[in-house]
Design a protein around this ligand. Structure first.
Ligand SMILES: Nc1ncnc2c1ncn2[C@@H]1O[C@H](COP(=O)(O)OP(=O)(O)OP(=O)(O)O)[C@@H](O)[C@H]1O
Ligand SMILES: [Mg+2]
Length: 280
C-alpha cells in the first residue's frame, strides 16, 4: 500500500466551550505524501479544526481516525509520535529560554541519545535557515524567526503528519520560497501535510487538495484546480483564485478553465504558446 490513508475525518460537531463557536460537518481524508490546504475567512475555524485534529480538544462527535484508530482512544504521546501542530502564534508554542533547548524538547522527551538529539536539532535548524541560532535567546527573535524555531521543533521530531497553521506568516519572499521547497521535499519523503493559510497564491505550489471552511462548516473540498476554478463559490466563501489566475480571467475569458494558469510558471507557458502562435 503506497499512499494509504493517514487521517480519515468525518467530524459531525465540535463546540468551543468558551464562546460556543461550532465546527460542523467536515469530512476529508489525508493520504501519505498528500498536502491539503485549509482555507477560509478569518474566524471561520481553521485554527480550531487543526487543534481538534491534533487531539487538543476531545469533546467532538463524529470520527477522526489516525492510521485507522479513533483519536480519542490515543494518548497524547501516541498522537505526538506521529503528528505535530505548528501553532499560528509561536508564543503559544515556544517556552524555552534558548533556541537549542526548545527544538531539542520533543526529541529529549522521546528519550533519544544526546548525539541523536544534537544531530536532529542541527538538521532541523538548517532546514528552516537558522543555522547557528542554537544559543540565541528566544524572546529576542523576530516573529518570523520564532515561527521558524517552532517549525524546527516539529522537524526535529520528524512527525510524519504536519498540521501547519499559517507557517509562512512573517517570512520574507526568499524564505517563503525556501519553505515551499521544504514542503515539496517532505511530501516526496512521504510526509502528509495540512496547512492553514490565507496565501492562496502559494496554494497551487504545494497542495494536492483544498478544503475551504466557512462559519465552521465545510464549504468546498476537492482537487486544487477544481476548487480554484469554482469562481462563484470562492467568491461566496470570501475567497479568490490566485492573482495570476485572476489576471488571465480578466485578460481573456475565452481561455478554457483547464488552461487557466494557477502559478507564475504555468502563466509563462501559456504566454509562450500564445506568443509563438502570434509569431507563426
Ligand atoms: N480559545 C478560544 N476562546 C474563545 N474563542 C475562541 C477561541 N479560539 C477560537 N475562538 C473563536 O472561534 C472562532 C474561530 O476561530 P479560529 O481561530 O479557529 O479561526 P481561523 O479560521 O483560524 O481564523 P484566522 O484566519 O484569523 O486565523 C473565532 O470566532 C474565534 O474568535
Ligand atoms: Mg487561525
Amino acid at each position: 500500500m503506497e499512499n494509504y490513508i493517514r487521517l480519515d475525518v468525518d467530524l459531525e460537531k465540535f463546540v468551543l466551550e468558551e464562546n460556543n463557536f461550532t465546527l460542523s460537518k467536515i469530512a476529508f481524508k489525508l493520504s501519505k505524501g498528500e498536502a491539503l490546504a485549509l482555507l477560509g475567512p478569518s474566524g471561520s475555524g481553521k485554527t480550531t479544526l487543526l487543534k481538534v485534529l491534533d487531539g487538543l480538544y476531545k469533546n467532538y462527535s463524529g470520527k477522526i481516525l489516525l492510521d485507522g484508530v479513533e483519536l480519542k482512544k490515543l494518548t497524547p504521546r501516541e498522537i505526538y509520535s506521529k503528528m505535530g501542530l505548528l501553532f499560528q502564534n509561536p508564543e503559544e508554542q515556544l517556552f524555552a529560554e534558548r533556541v537549542y533547548e526548545d527544538v531539542a524538547f520533543g526529541p529529549k522527551n522521546m528519550g533519544w541519545s544526546e548525539e541523536k538529539i544534537n544531530l536532529a536539532v542541527k538538521r532541523a535548524l538548517a532546514l528552516v535557515n537558522l543555522e547557528g541560532f542554537e544559543n540565541r535567546p528566544i524572546h529576542k527573535l523576530s516573529f518570523g524567526e520564532k515561527k521558524r524555531v517552532a517549525l524546527a521543533g516539529l522537524l526535529a521530531m520528524g512527525h510524519e503528519i504536519l498540521l501547519l497553521d499559517e507557517p509562512t506568516l512573517g517570512l520574507d519572499p526568499l524564505l517563503e520560497r525556501n519553505f515551499i521547497e521544504l514542503l515539496l521535499n517532505l511530501k516526496k519523503k512521504g510526509f502528509s501535510i495540512i496547512m492553514a493559510t490565507h496565501n492562496v497564491d502559494l496554494v497551487p505550489y504545494f497542495a494536492d487538495k483544498i478544503l475551504v471552511i466557512k462559519e465552521g462548516a465545510m464549504f468546498l473540498y476537492g482537487e486544487t484546480r477544481e476548487v480554484l476554478m469554482n469562481l462563484e463559490a470562492l467568491k461566496n466563501g470570501h475567497m479568490r483564485p490566485p492573482l495570476i489566475t485572476e489576471a488571465f480571467i480578466n485578460l481573456n475569458d475565452t481561455l478554457s478553465k483547464s488552461l487557466l494558469p494557477l502559478t507564475k510558471e504555468e502563466a509563462t507557458e501559456v504566454l509562450k504558446a500564445l506568443v509563438s502562435k502570434l509569431c507563426s
